[in-house]
Write a protein that binds this ligand. Structure first.
Ligand code: MN
Length: 738
């Protein structure tokens, strides 16, 4: 045992932090304070030998997580106790039994939900399995997921001391799951902070560029907000109730999204802020009335844009969000968004509906939340024992979206996720209706089965017992229920078709005099397949050639893989096999992977994001094609890192090699007569001396859009090229394609 684990000055800091936390908790019963103190004592002792990556005592983490729960989400003593204990069972000697004895079943259950699953080494995605576990507890107690959010937020805020590849992995998981989940739970400030923190890690440059520009324009913006607010205040003072009015800057992430989506420059974005008016209303029945009164006052001064009016006061969003939004034309003709809401609505918007729901007694609409939880339960039931990665992606498409309301021929209402199709509807009625759907009518018109539904649609499904799902159906549905039903029907079909393949493999094994079972699994692994069914199916369809067995030798009654040097005759390998190449591939850029020269490794640049020297990159180990190098901003990065974090490795460029990279640019502009292509090609190849891979231009009515693939040496050269093109006559924007 080390003699001093925590230094005296640290001890004092820990005590101070804890007392601060205690002041923030809204105590309800006499036992609350002694219980919180007991939880603190247990956690302090249990974590005493541990330190965080930053070097500070570990216990500061659970204290801070508990503070976020109390202060930023508004949770009570139960959650605070569970948050203080959340890492004890996983990382220390403390057992769940002990927690249950001391604090009761409820807290033990929550802590259990927050404890990661152990011994999950043979499942494809540990992260997805763990998340599934969190969700299973979520449907029992929402606090599990809220504490998990607080835990994640604190980890994200202190990510700086982690190694880069860990940072990327955690950021990806956060933007893949936690940010959308925060949105769905109505934790808007969490969502915004998650997104900004993630962007800061994956796209450092752009983040700091926008942050700098925001800071530089702050004075002007504040002056404008004052000018806008002035006349509004004058009028509101006459209404006779207390209120607050202020400008709120938009998040860096949302500004960046706007720049990308609208293909504009930072300087062209005017709505970098929104004006918020928060009303203090005593009587909840008057809230709506007052909000509309304020709306009327604001729009008397500034002209509103009718299409931009959003009334979530009359019909709150399904995550509980209530607010009245409008966009008006402010001074200098600039568009300004105005958000009007009561103090209560503002609290829900900031801290989430969850905090108000169930634990704070009477709430206006408990059913929106219940309904969502019902959907989570249903989705979990369907996936019982199934693939966690599939579950996660179904979960994303189904539960993070808003809903559409549609009707059966009898006028019964069905709620489906936004984007759901006519075929999804058929499956939601009954799985048999889905399986056998032949024709679907929406509002009395025959439509393709993949047609997206809209609010108020009425749907009639015709069935035939001869109809069965086929592969293309997967593309026509989005709901978890339909997907899992079609998936299992297809699996069954594949299994049947694979019978023939199984038989011929059995025959082959018999001839070689080897046992049947073992070689099957060996081949599945060797070929990088997912299951036996895939192997049988491949053999039956001819995509897998049984010649592959020549890579094995028979020892006893078992198959053994022949090492490469032992193979005397080259064997034609089936298309699906692609084993690592030992020889170095010429022309590849030089890289360090995990700090080591990578020339001996089998790696290549990903074609989805075309990394260029100087880009932030990482290496991803594919199941059959060696390592792929992706940009950290690659659109696929998030998915890979969130689901397969253990396959991610750190990668860096080695300076010196003279290799070229393909970069893709999207160029838009006004087409001032013919010859745009000539002008672009001349400039790029003659003036800049670069090689063009491809260039295609389309456009009409004087506007053009061009896609250019060009070979560059590094990121600096790419930037220079972009600047150069930007200055050409007629060009309005140049964007690198992700
Ligand atoms: Mn933790």
């Amino acid at each position: 045992m080390p003699e001093v684990l925590v230094k005296p000055e640290e001890q004092q800091l820990i005590q101070e932090k804890f007392e601060e936390l205690l002041k923030l908790v809204k105590l309800k019963e006499d036992q609350d304070e002694p219980n919180i103190r007991m939880a603190f004592e247990i956690a302090v002792n249990a974590h005493a030998p541990q330190r965080r990556k930053s070097g500070e005592p570990y216990i500061l983490h659970p204290i801070e997580v508990a503070r976020i729960c109390a202060d930023e989400i508004g949770l009570g003593p139960t959650a605070v106790i569970a948050a203080l204990l959340h890492d004890t069972v996983e990382d220390t000697e403390v057992t769940l039994d002990r927690i249950e004895t001391l604090f009761g079943t409820k807290i033990a259950k929550i802590v259990d939900g927050l404890t990661k699953l152990d011994g999950l080494y043979n499942v494809p995605s540990v992260q997805a399995e763990n998340f599934k576990k969190v969700l299973r507890t979520l449907v029992e107690d929402v606090r599990v997921v809220l504490i998990k959010m607080a835990d994640r937020l604190h980890n994200m805020r202190t990510l700086g001391s982690m190694p880069r590849n860990k940072q990327l992995k955690i950021a990806a998981e956060t933007s893949y799951i936690y940010a959308p989940l925060a949105h769905r739970l109505g934790l808007y400030s969490f969502k915004t902070e998650f997104q900004d923190l993630c962007m800061k890690i994956t796209d450092r440059e752009t983040y700091s560029e926008i942050a700098k520009k925001l800071a530089a324009t702050k004075r002007d913006r504040n002056r404008y907000i004052e000018e806008f607010i002035g006349p509004v205040k004058e009028q509101l003072n006459d209404l006779g109730f207390a209120y607050e009015i202020y400008g709120r800057p938009k998040s860096i992430f949302s500004i960046w999204n706007k720049i990308k989506k609208k293909k504009v420059q930072f300087e062209e974005i005017y709505d970098l802020f929104a004006v918020r008016i928060v009303l203090d209303v005593e009587d909840p029945r008057m809230e709506k009335n007052y909000c509309w009164q304020v709306y009327s006052t604001v729009t008397d001064i500034y002209r509103p844009i009718p299409e931009r009016l959003k009334d979530w006061v009359t019909t709150p969003k399904s995550n509980g969000y209530e607010s009245l939004h409008t966009t008006v034309i402010g001074p200098d003709g600039r568009f300004v968004e105005v958000q009007i809401r009561s103090r209560r609505m503002d609290e829900i918007a900031e801290k989430g509906f969850a905090a108000h729901w169930k634990y704070k007694g009477n709430t206006p609409q408990p059913d929106v939340y219940e309904h969502w939880l019902d959907n989570v339960r249903e989705l979990m039931d369907q996936n019982e024992g199934g693939d966690a990665v599939e579950f996660l992606s179904d979960f994303k498409t189904n539960l993070f979206q808003e809903e559409v309301y549609v009707f059966t021929p009898n006028g019964d209402m069905k709620v489906l996720p936004k984007g759901a199709t006519a075929l999804d509807f058929a499956f939601s009625v009954h799985s048999d209706v889905g399986y056998h759907a032949t024709a679907i009518k929406v509002n009395n018109k025959l439509v393709p089965m993949g047609t997206k539904l809209h609010n108020g649609d009425q749907i009639v499904v015709t069935t035939s017992s001869k109809q069965m799902p086929n592969e293309s159906w997967m593309k026509m549905v989005v709901t978890g229920k339909a997907r899992s039903k079609i998936r299992s029907a297809l699996k069954e079909k594949r299994r049947k078709q694979g019978e023939f393949g199984k038989e011929s493999l059995e025959r082959k094994c018999k001839n070689l005099r080897v046992d049947f079972d073992e070689p099957v699994d060996l081949l599945v692994k060797y070929l990088g397949l997912k299951s036996r069914v895939d192997l049988y199916y491949g053999i039956a369809m001819g995509t897998i050639n049984l010649q592959v067995l020549k890579n094995f030798k028979v020892e006893g009654n078992k198959l053994v893989e022949i090492q490469e040097e032992e193979i005397i005759q080259p064997v034609p390998k089936p298309v699906e096999i692609n084993r690592p190449r030992k020889a170095s591939q010429d022309g590849r850029p030089r890289l360090l992977i995990n700090g080591q020269e990578a020339s001996d490794l089998d790696y290549s640049l990903a074609t989805c994001c075309n990394p260029v020297k100087g880009d932030d990159i990482f290496a991803y180990v594919t199941s059959t094609k060696g390592m792929r190098i992706h940009r950290t901003t690659c659109p696929n990065a998030e998915h890979m890192m969130a689901n397969y974090g253990y396959r991610i490795h750190k990668a860096e460029w080695v300076s010196s090699a003279n290799t070229s990279f393909v970069a893709e640019l999207l160029i838009t502009g006004v087409d001032s007569g013919p010859g745009v292509i000539e002008r672009l090609t001349h400039n790029i190849s003659s003036e800049l001396g670069l090689n063009i891979r491809s260039l295609s231009i389309s456009g009409d009515e004087g506007y053009f859009e061009g896609r250019l693939k060009v070979l560059v040496l590094n990121k600096d050269q790419l930037h220079l090229t972009m600047q150069h093109i930007q200055k050409l006559e007629g060009v309005s924007s140049v964007i690198r394609v992700d």
